[in-house]
Design a protein around this ligand. Structure first.
Ligand code: CMC
Length: 434
């Protein structure tokens, strides 16, 4: 039978406590949470109805034009362009231009953007001294977070967030300098001298140069590995309102400078449930050790002893489209580096998980982090660096989302509400009476 719908874009709510009915407008598939405030009882302390949404499972915190995800069917688009097409045809810097400006660049615009980024890759000499202060075994992600935060003391104009030219300059600085900071964190870790940026190389080629150059006069990146890293950077460049991006927007909403906000976003990324997952995947594969140990491992996961890292996603309830591209890229990289011996364990884990009821019922599929670690390891990156690589790529998304938030007239300082469940007013008890 044909369904008959009313023609109004509104939601009628009857409050059964009072019998009153309210009509709330629906815009873009959402009601405004603040419209619920008018739904209240006569009680003097009733400030109006709220929604309770820990972990923001179903709350839109903004309107955004940057990244679209349909998690049910595994679609990811930047500014409307499917991720598969960007991974196939674009470069990280072109994608970064797209995310920041909304449109693909013309050849002249791209050339100018690449030139500007290249011209801003160097960091102040004092940043090197700053990195020197870390222990030799400091986790590079800790170094990255702290050094990005320290950049706010070097670029005081970062506070001028309402001045378009100066705001854009900080965004450019962050995109250009994060690879340099990451490379220096790595070189410090392994006790090798810092390598100056090479302006003749591509964004990722130069990054590989700053990481891996030894005594040769000029570093020449392997083109397959350079392209693979560029593709990985494209895939990680943005992912709408995830934990770290929401942190960037949240800190930015207090009008802190973008270096401080981005350090906070990177700290959020560091956790093993977010960008730290690729490191956790590799450690998990190493711990499993062999294909024969997989059934026992899966049994333990199903019994609640830990998670299958690199599986599951808050938004994707099907195969993460980025994971498909990464799996393909892994084979291209292994042609050059030789197969990562952990690949067989990963493939078997995936095979079992895709058939096993526990994972099927919960719609747990491989996510972006499941295969990326295998590529990074084969390329010579230590496991500690994985989250840092994610942070470099995501810098574009963070600054694009930060700027969108600043220019959005609907936005104010972030300040969620709470449902207070603690004790109410009581008199202080002197120590002697307790
Ligand atoms: N292994 C085993 N069980 C899992 C997993 C997993 N990886 N992920 C979720 N579950 C189970 C979970 O135990 C729960 O089961 P039950 O209903 O019986 O309690 C159910 O699936 C729903 O899980 P949830 O924790 O409520 O889901 P969430 O949306 O809050 O968590 C997630 C999303 C990504 C944090 C989670 O899937 C996870 O911890 N995955 C492993 C870490 C990981 O790979 N993170 C990278 C995410 S992609 C990169 C990025 O964008 O950061």
């Amino acid at each position: 039978m044909k369904q008959i719908y009313a023609m109004a874009d509104t939601l009628s709510i009857t409050d059964n406590r009072t019998g009153k009915t309210y009509e709330l407008p629906i815009t873009g598939g959402a009601i405004k949470a603040t419209d619920l405030k008018k739904i209240k009882t006569e009680a003097p302390d009733d400030t109006g109805l709220m929604t309770y949404d820990p972990a923001f499972m179903n709350t839109a915190s903004c309107r955004s034009r940057i990244t679209f995800i349909d998690g049910d069917i595994g679609v990811l688009e930047y500014r409307g362009y499917p991720i598969e097409q960007l991974a196939e045809h674009s470069t990280y810097l072109e994608t970064s231009y797209l995310l920041l400006n909304g449109e693909l660049p013309t050849p002249t615009q791209l050339k100018a953007w690449e030139h500007h980024v290249t011209m801003h890759t160097m960091v102040h000499e004092n940043i090197k001294k700053f990195i020197e202060g870390f222990n030799y075994d400091a986790h590079p992600m800790g170094v990255f977070v702290s050094t990005v935060a320290a950049m706010s003391t070097f670029y005081k104009d970062g506070k001028a967030i309402n001045d378009t030219a100066r705001r854009k300059l900080q965004m450019l600085r962050l995109i250009a300098k994060t690879p340099t900071i990451a490379a220096y964190a790595y070189r410090h870790n392994i006790g090798r001298p810092y390598i100056q940026p090479d302006n003749e190389l591509s964004f990722t080629g130069n990054f590989l140069n700053m990481l891996f150059k030894m005594a040769e006069a000029k570093y020449t990146p392997n083109p397959v590995l350079e392209r693979a890293l560029d593709v990985l950077f494209i895939l990680h460049a943005d992912h709408e309102q995830n934990c770290s991006t929401s942190t960037m927007r949240g800190i930015g909403s207090s009008h802190a400078d973008p270096y401080s906000a981005l350090a906070g976003a990177a700290a959020a990324l560091y956790g093993p449930l977010h960008g730290g997952a690729n490191e956790a995947v590799l450690r998990m594969l190493q711990e499993i050790g062999s294909v024969s140990a997989i059934p026992d491992f899966i049994k333990r996961v199903k019994g609640g002893e830990g998670r299958l890292m690199g599986f599951g996603h808050r938004v994707y309830k099907s195969y993460d489209p980025r994971a498909k591209i990464i799996k393909r890229t892994a084979y291209e990289v292994f042609e050059v580096t030789g197969k990562n011996p952990l690949l067989d364990i990963a493939l078997e884990l995936e095979r079992i998980a895709l058939e096993d009821d526990y994972f099927v019922q919960r719609k747990l599929y491989p996510n972006v982090d499941f295969y990326s670690g295998l590529i990074y390891e084969a390329m010579g990156f230590p496991v500690d660096m994985f989250a840092v690589l994610f942070a470099i790529a995501r810098t574009t998304g963070w600054v694009a989302q930060w700027e969108e938030m600043l220019l959005d007239g609907d936005q104010k300082i972030f300040r969620p509400r709470q449902i207070y469940t603690g004790a109410r007013t009581r008199d202080y008890v002197p120590m002697a009476s307790r």
